[in-house]
Design a protein around this ligand. Structure first.
Ligand SMILES: N[C@@H](CCC(=O)N[C@@H](CS)C(=O)NCC(=O)O)C(=O)O
Length: 247
């Protein structure tokens, strides 16, 4: 009798409609942000290299959607990207890339974050160089040369000169390094090289400062190689036709 009741209840449960909104989308990771943001495009390039399917959720930076209370619950600094996979929510693009490489070790480009502690250490070192040495002067230049004119405010010529010099010194180190190995962390393309793509693209295309690369033989050769990778071309395509923003 009890068994029959339980069976009946189970059948009733089975015939209930499923609320799809509460079901996790199996194996689809989420990236919040516009593909033309440098930090978002770093994560997208990494996902494409690792052959990880993802869903891109538009966040309109011009409208300040990244500062809205619901979004701040995901990213307390109010910036893009945010990344979600299973039960984890992450921010900081380089940390996200490291996570993607470790979680999806056995798919896509298996050497992107190395295959042993020695390779990983070298990749991590050059990834830090990108974040600490390359990115600061490059960010100032991109802001001054690409964004300030659009904002119709005065460019700071001194700041531009100082940061061109700073970046030049960093690229001189790269020139030596890239004379010894094909890529920054050795003879394989890794996360260290990938992480340079977003800001370098702005520097070359939007700031007209490609000469900083091409005037250095090894850096120029390296830039040609990394910027023509199929995965980066796909990111560029996504930037040229981003998903529709919420109305
Ligand atoms: N260090 C962060 C930087 C994130 C960042 O600067 N995001 C920019 C877009 S590239 C942003 O959200 N800007 C809008 C804002 O700060 O309000 C990362 O790598 O994720």
């Amino acid at each position: 009798m009890v068994e029959n009741e339980t069976q009946k209840q189970t059948e009733q449960e089975r015939s209930k409609p499923i609320n799809l909104s509460i079901l996790p989308m199996a194996s689809t990771v989420k990236v919040y942000g516009p593909p033309n943001s440098a930090a978002v495009s770093r994560v997208l390039a990494c996902l494409l290299e690792k052959d990880v399917q993802f869903q891109l959720i538009p966040i309109n930076l011009v409208r300040g959607e990244q500062k809205k209370p619901d979004y701040l619950k995901l990213q307390p600094f109010g910036q893009v990207p945010v990344f979600q996979d299973e039960s984890i929510t992450l921010f900081e693009s380089r940390a996200i890339c490291r996570y993607i490489c470790d979680k999806y070790t056995n798919q896509g480009n298996k050497r992107l974050f190395g295959t042993n502690p020695l390779e990983k250490a070298s990749i991590d070192q050059w990834l830090e160089v990108e974040g600490q040495n390359f990115n600061p002067p490059t960010s100032v230049l991109v802001f001054q040369l690409a964004f300030v004119p659009r904002m119709k405010i005065q460019q700071d010529e001194n700041l531009i000169k100082q940061n061109e010099e700073k970046l030049g010194k960093v690229l001189d180190v790269y020139e030596n390094r890239l004379g010894e190995s094909r890529y920054l962390a050795g003879d394989e393309f890794t996360l260290a090289d990938l992480s340079h793509l977003p800001m370098s693209r702005y520097l070359v295309n939007a700031c007209g400062r490609g000469e900083l690369f091409t005037s250095r033989k090894n850096v120029g050769r390296w830039w040609d190689e990394i910027s023509t990778r199929e995965t980066w071309k796909k990111v560029n395509e996504m930037q040229n036709s981003p998903p529709r923003q919420n109305a």
